[in-house]
Design a protein around this ligand. Sequence first.
Ligand SMILES: *Cc1c(COP(=O)(O)O)cnc(C)c1O
Length: 435
Amino acid sequence: MEYFSLNYNAKDVSFLEAVRKGLAPDRGLYFPKNIPKLEESFIKNLKKFSNHEIAYEVIKPYVGSDIDDNNLKKIIQETLNFDFPIVKITDKIAVIELFHGPSLAFKDVGARFMARCLSHDNFIKKGKNLTVLVATSGDTGGAVADGFFKVKGIDVIILYPKGKVSDIQERQLTTLGENITALEVNGSFDDCQDMVKTAFVDQELKDKIYLTSANSINIGRWLAQMFYYFIAYKNRPNPEKKLLISVPSGNFGNICAGILAQQMGLPINHFIASTNINDTIPEYLKSGDYFPKKSIQTISNAMDVGNPSNFIRIQRIFNNDFFKLKKLLSGYSFSDKMTEKAIKEIYKIKGYVSEPHGAIGFLGLKEFFNSKEEIDEYQGIFLETAHPVKFKSTVEGIIKTDIKTPKSIQKILDLKKNSFSISKYSELKSLLLSN
Ligand SMILES: *Cc1c(COP(=O)(O)O)cnc(C)c1O
């Protein structure tokens, strides 16, 4: 498979080259030249295949000959080495838990897959070092740190805003060491992201070191997220009904992967983009006008995005046809107050403990059901994208019950934090050059 830039001003590249570059030289996102179709019999018989076998069939055409079959199978085994259970909340609504990975965030799958693919890149095998640079407002950093830990030939530098990530999240970034360096930035998440963006266009830096990104603009992270949708389809309750999936969305990488899976032939009837008050896409779906906004802080902070970078990929999937897109995708936005109420409501129904992002996914399904008459035709699934312990104080305050800390997290809470403090870009640059 070859990938082209959505700015249409860069040469096509292979899978591994796209992963290594992150963004195309013209600053465009990479997109596959065609969307492969899966055999109908494969989809019909999905239940007969293991998650590993499914993931292999799905991702193989995107990887092409860049990684040989045996290695690709190994990468998939190491990527999907935990469960994705589905829990029924009501007759019509179920949740798929994507947070059983090592950093307790759904981003683990994409980060693990990307890291392992890169370790097969000839560029790195030949002894060149690649630096992965990421800014995090919380969850991305932990997943990337864990996913790339001890991967040979790759150094990871994570920038996070001082005092603005939770204790658990900070320890996930700062306690690993080895090839993972954490930089505590005196500033906001936007300041961190600005520094990263400056580094990517700094010619002097680019002449000396090889830099790539590890957020969902990178196809290595983005494409692997398709796996969730196949697993959700395979294990869905009420298989006789039309499947509706609600995705708590920020940068729209995850939902875009779901739509790609659907385009490959997975029978998902409808998608719901559920957002917090950062409602650029729900507003777009109402009016057809795309107005990016400055992001607003909420309790579902991993979705505080005012200009979702992956939306351009969704538009491309539908050849920029607004009406085609609207047929498959609905969007609703919810305030913090509504989110808190939903966490309480979900807890009351089944004693199920959700967290702000998943709760917004739940609200999206309810809103869709409220707007339709033939709701009995549908089975809704929302994605639970993080473990509630990551939002411990918020969730415990709402449900008035303690959340148990998983053993894996308990361990890191005792480890010593290790990070460098920086305030401006020049400090980041000298650190990158001295590495
Ligand atoms: C990153 C993240 C999201 C949003 O995913 P996108 O792909 O950016 O839309 C939702 N929930 C949690 C917990 C996240 O960490």
